[in-house]
Design a binder for this molecule. Structure first.
Ligand code: FE
Ligand code: FE
Ligand code: ZN
Length: 283
């Protein structure tokens, strides 16, 4: 087994060639965690899982001391849509994903809480809790993560209080955690550029830092509070490399899997970013 690294970092990887291929691709860019879509991010069709392929990936993860993986639900999944058909899709997809995730036991499954589309935040939160209360099971080994959102349009999850309420309204809350997205929190108006400690304190008071299980590491094309949600490469946005390094080096965030969702066109781009951030966490 290789030596465990201080920083768990990776990016979104394509699942087109299966699980083992993702593991190999991760290794090729010095990643020791990664994210992947459980099904087509825009559609919803899920491929059959090949159990042997999953076992091969588990071997790679173990052999190379990977941190936890952070799977991502499809973007089209909106548990608090006005449209019953869309809500039913969210239900079907998430219940199915929970079963599929058990081929890679003990990892994370991140989702966007959704957009309430004019029904109001309270109704939105109720619908999200309704879904979680139906699909989460005591037996599952997956922890479901609520992603902190930019607060664009009628998105739920831009304020920490909203995430806290979802957790409060879910009976199996031990299966829930939070994934903090640096672009989203900044866009939502949390000042991680000048007051990261203050933002983490607020998160701790409102949600509890023990709920924080993963980080999405992105720069933002827009200034704090813009509520736009446009990711930039690290160092090419309003957050800057310095802020990102402060986040990944923060003692309270140490050990959390860091997932890059920066707009690179190929693996090599991510490889460079990973090398740059690993360098920034040495010494
Ligand atoms: Fe996301
Ligand atoms: Fe994200
Ligand atoms: Zn985003």
């Amino acid at each position: 087994m290789t030596k465990e690294k201080d920083l768990y970092i990776g990016c979104h990887l394509s699942s087109a060639d299966g699980f083992e291929a993702m593991g190999k691709n991760a290794l090729s860019i010095d990643a020791n965690t990664f994210a992947f879509f459980t099904r087509n991010p825009r559609g919803g069709k899920a491929k059959e899982i090949d159990p042997e392929d999953a076992v091969k990936l588990l071997g790679i993860l173990e052999e190379n001391s990977f941190g936890k993986l952070v799977a991502h639900a499809p973007y089209t999944l909106n548990p608090c849509s006005k449209d019953a058909k869309v809500r039913n899709f969210a239900h079907m997809a998430m219940a199915d994903d929970m079963e599929r995730m058990e081929y890679l036991p003990g990892n994370y499954y991140n989702f966007h809480p959704g957009s309430h589309v004019g029904q109001g935040i309270e109704t939105g939160i109720e619908l999200i809790c309704g879904l979680l209360n139906e699909i989460l099971t005591k037996e599952q080994t997956t922890t479901v993560l609520l992603e902190t959102m930019a607060g664009k349009g009628s998105e739920v999850g831009g304020r920490f209080e909203e995430l806290a309420k979802i957790i409060e309204g879910t009976s199996l809350d031990e299966k829930l955690g939070v994934c903090l997205d640096t672009c989203h929190v900044s866009d939502a108006g949390h000042d991680i550029i000048n007051d990261l400690d203050g933002v983490l304190d607020e998160f701790d008071t409102v949600v509890g830092l023990d709920r924080l299980r993963a980080l999405h590491i992105n720069d933002s094309m827009n200034p704090p509070g813009a509520r736009k949600d446009r990711h930039a490469k690290i160092g090419e946005g309003h957050l800057g490399t310095e802020t990102i390094l402060k986040v990944i080096n923060h003692p309270k965030l140490k050990g959390l899997p860091c997932i890059l969702e920066t707009p690179h066109k190929d693996l090599a781009g991510y490889g460079k970013e990973i090398a740059m951030l690993r360098k920034g966490t040495e010494g």
